[in-house]
Ligand binder design. Structure first.
Ligand code: CMC
Length: 441
């Protein structure tokens, strides 16, 4: 007779010969269930070791679903392709934060609230003006987000849903203003205040590019393209910055400080900075005729093909497919970015080459986004800032979900201690000089 199937795992500890049965839920083991496995009764018990959390779920989440093998990305169950095609960034932000698409009335109210929280306190403006002319806009963004915490002390009441809602309006509303002020500061241009008649993306373009015209009219194609780019960056489940948002938020820091931490995580070149590296690589390749030689260098391990490969996606990144499509619409307005020809040729050759096929290396979100940003006139330092504007609703959705999850506590990983055992303090006069100092004396 076939053995009865159980959702458990039987673990035999070969150190003691004892067996343990632990539950398996959602194909996952709770590592706390390992703690009972001990050799001696006063042992701490077995832990899991997983540097960089490559195989550890830190939460149960209903925000974003990714199937990396099939190239699927969904926010709250809705495919990214449908949202990019039919939704707007503000509607998608509502979806991410609330879990459902809004009714017409809810969307109107939500858009009104975000639009009416776009202004910055004049002292935040002064803070930004205090940065050097060549300050990186990500450094300015991280600082401004943390500074907002001092302007809204009620934000500390993280258990009050109404208070949380207000900070969510503020954070989504003020991101484009901070970003545009940082950009204008770097150019020495006068700051442009928000225009509440314009859409979220349209107002951002207004604050970036308005010069002497009385009323700025955003180009509809560029406004739409930017809105779609924001949608595509809305959330990406437990990535480095979402993890930072949750981790800092788990100490009950206010959402401005938590968002500053998330933005700081995004600043790193391994996370929000790869599209900049793609533009640098394509510029260096310089011409379509140099593509085959570049591919050979990549295959010899002399360089990485930036914008290719992903820890999760082992198929075409669905965001890259959408970005490639909107590139044409942008180039109709801006003129074709010559780097596009090189990118298309790189992709064409790579996708039929055994090296890339065997390793499942496909274009990721960064492969085409930098080319579009460059064509739209953004300097490379602004690329991660654009990423951060789009990602804010995702950070906030992850933060609220963490706060409302009864199983969550302050994030506090364990460690395997590999340092010295106890030793006695040595007075300064009895310590041996360090080798370098000894040689110099
Ligand atoms: N070009 C050439 N070879 C590559 C590349 C690449 N871009 N990416 C991976 N490989 C090779 C790698 O050398 C390894 O080969 P082998 O098996 O012979 O040693 C194999 O493919 C597996 O790579 P891995 O390093 O184990 O993969 P990973 O999951 O640790 O790395 C990655 C993922 C994104 C860091 C990596 O693919 C990479 O560095 N890509 C270029 C940078 C980039 O485009 N980053 C943007 C990521 S998307 C942004 C986001 O979602 O936040």
């Amino acid at each position: 007779m076939a053995a009865e199937k159980k959702n458990t795992l039987t673990i035999t500890d070969n150190r003691t010969g004892k067996s343990y049965e632990v539950p398996v839920t959602d194909d996952t083991l709770r590592t706390l269930d390992l703690r009972q496995i001990k050799v001696n009764p006063d042992d701490f018990g077995l832990m899991g070791y997983d540097p960089a959390f490559t195989n550890t779920a830190s939460c149960r989440s209903a925000v974003t679903f990714i199937d990396g093998d099939k190239g699927i990305l969904r926010y709250r169950g809705y495919p990214i392709e449908q949202l990019a095609e039919q939704s707007t960034f503000l509607e998608t932000a509502y979806l991410l934060v609330h879990g459902e698409l809004p009714s017409a009335r809810e969307l109107e109210q939500w858009s009104y609230e975000i639009t009416h929280h776009t202004f910055l306190h004049e002292n935040v403006k002064k803070l930004l003006e205090g940065f050097r002319y060549d300050a990186h806009p990500m450094g300015m963004l991280v600082s401004a987000l943390a500074a907002l915490s001092t302007f809204y002390p009620e934000a500390k009441q993280i258990r009050d849903a109404e208070v949380r809602r207000k900070q969510i309006y503020r954070l989504i509303g003020k991101m484009p203003t901070i970003a545009a002020f940082a950009y204008r500061h770097s150019r020495g241009l006068p700051l442009v205040y928000p225009d509440n008649d314009l859409s979220y993306a349209g107002n951002f373009l207004n604050m970036l590019w308005k010069m002497s015209e009385v009323k700025y009219q955003p180009n509809p194609a560029l406004e739409k393209a930017l809105d779609v780019l924001f949608i595509l960056h809305g959330d990406h489940e437990q990535n480095c910055s979402a993890n930072a948002m949750r981790s800092v938020g788990s100490s009950h820091a206010d959402p401005f400080c938590s968002a500053a931490a998330a933005a700081a995580a995004l600043y790193g070149p391994l996370h929000g900075g790869a599209n900049e590296a793609v533009v640098a690589m394509l510029t260096q390749i310089g011409s379509v005729k140099n593509v085959p030689a570049t591919i050979e260098r990549v295959k010899k391990g002399e360089m990485l093909l930036m914008g290719f490969g992903h820890r999760i996606y082992k198929n075409y990144d669905p965001r890259a497919r959408i970005i490639k499509r909107i590139a044409d619409e942008v180039f109709e307005v801006t003129g074709r970015n010559p780097l596009l020809e090189i990118a298309i040729e790189l992709e064409r050759i790579a996708l039929q080459d055994d090296y890339f096929v065997k390793r499942k290396l496909y274009p990721n979100v960064d492969f085409y986004s930098g080319i579009i940003y460059q064509a739209m006139g953004f300097p490379v330092e602004m690329y991660p800032v654009l990423f951060a504007i789009g990602r804010m609703p995702g950070w906030l959705a992850q933060w609220e979900e963490m706060l409302n999850d009864k199983e969550q506590k302050i994030a506090r990983p364990r460690q395997i201690y590999i340092g010295h055992a106890q030793r006695d303090y040595v007075p300064l006069s009895k310590r041996r000089p360090a080798p370098a100092a000894a040689a110099a004396s």
